[in-house]
Design a protein around this ligand. Structure first.
Ligand code: CA
Length: 227
């Protein structure tokens, strides 16, 4: 899961980045509106944390440009306490939620999970597939009632495949959600994670589409959430 963090306050930005990374997210950090827009146009993100007061180009303008460019990524605005009008303009300009500074890092993470959940069309916080329950908040996978020992990257691969069940995801798409620009994963890293996932969960959950990527087939009768 890849997050674009846009914050010009170095101490705050550093804290948010560290907190998100601790939760297993890949974070790209832009410190002004112009580079934020460049990032957003260059690669896909699962969510954007966007400060309103920014150098070069303010957050609202950045947001409006993103929406104009058909970037539908969920956006969480960070706003100062006394700027009601900013928040209204922000929501009307396509933001999905906002947090007032100062805020609690745990709340930021919870709101991001909620945004990404709604964006993927899920009402329930858990993803259920056959005998598997994946919980994005606790980062746990339970199969047949037992907790599966899983790494952060294996978790995100499985989450991406389950959220896109019925669609093939390429190795490149999976890699993008796992690694930041600075990291250079070995060319077979995704295969290694998939291999381990199959060993842990059984061979028939993740299917290989030769030369294209990986897919989790849609369930016949979808149990994806009406809870
Ligand atoms: Ca600021």
């Amino acid at each position: 899961m890849r997050i674009l963090l846009v914050e010009d306050d170095l101490i705050l930005g550093d804290g948010i980045k560290a907190g998100l990374e601790q939760d297993g997210y890949v974070v790209e950090w832009a410190q002004d509106g112009v580079s934020a827009e460049r990032f957003a146009n260059a690669m896909p993100f699962d969510a954007v944390v966007l400060d309103i007061g920014l150098p070069k180009q303010d957050g609202i303008t950045t947001l409006m440009h993103m929406r104009k460019n058909n970037i539908n990524t969920p956006v969480l605005l960070l706003t100062a306490r006394d700027t009601v009008q900013d928040r209204i303009t922000g929501l009307d300009s396509g933001a999905d939620d906002y947090l007032i500074k100062p805020f609690d890092l745990d709340e930021l993470c919870a709101r991001l999970r909620a945004l990404m959940r709604r964006h993927s069309g899920r009402a329930s916080p858990e993803i259920r597939y056959r005998d598997i329950i994946l919980n994005p908040a606790s980062h746990t996978i339970v199969q047949n009632g037992k907790i599966v020992d899983i790494t952060a990257r294996e978790f995100f691969i499985l989450q991406a495949l389950l959220e896109n069940s019925g669609r093939v995801l390429s190795r490149g798409q999976l890699e993008e959600s796992l690694y930041s620009r600075d990291e250079n994963p070995d060319s077979n890293t995704v295969e290694v994670h998939i291999h381990k996932l199959r060993k842990k969960l059984g061979k028939d959950i993740i299917n290989t589409v030769r030369g294209v990527g990986y897919i989790v087939k849609k369930e016949e009768r979808s149990r994806l959430d009406v809870s």
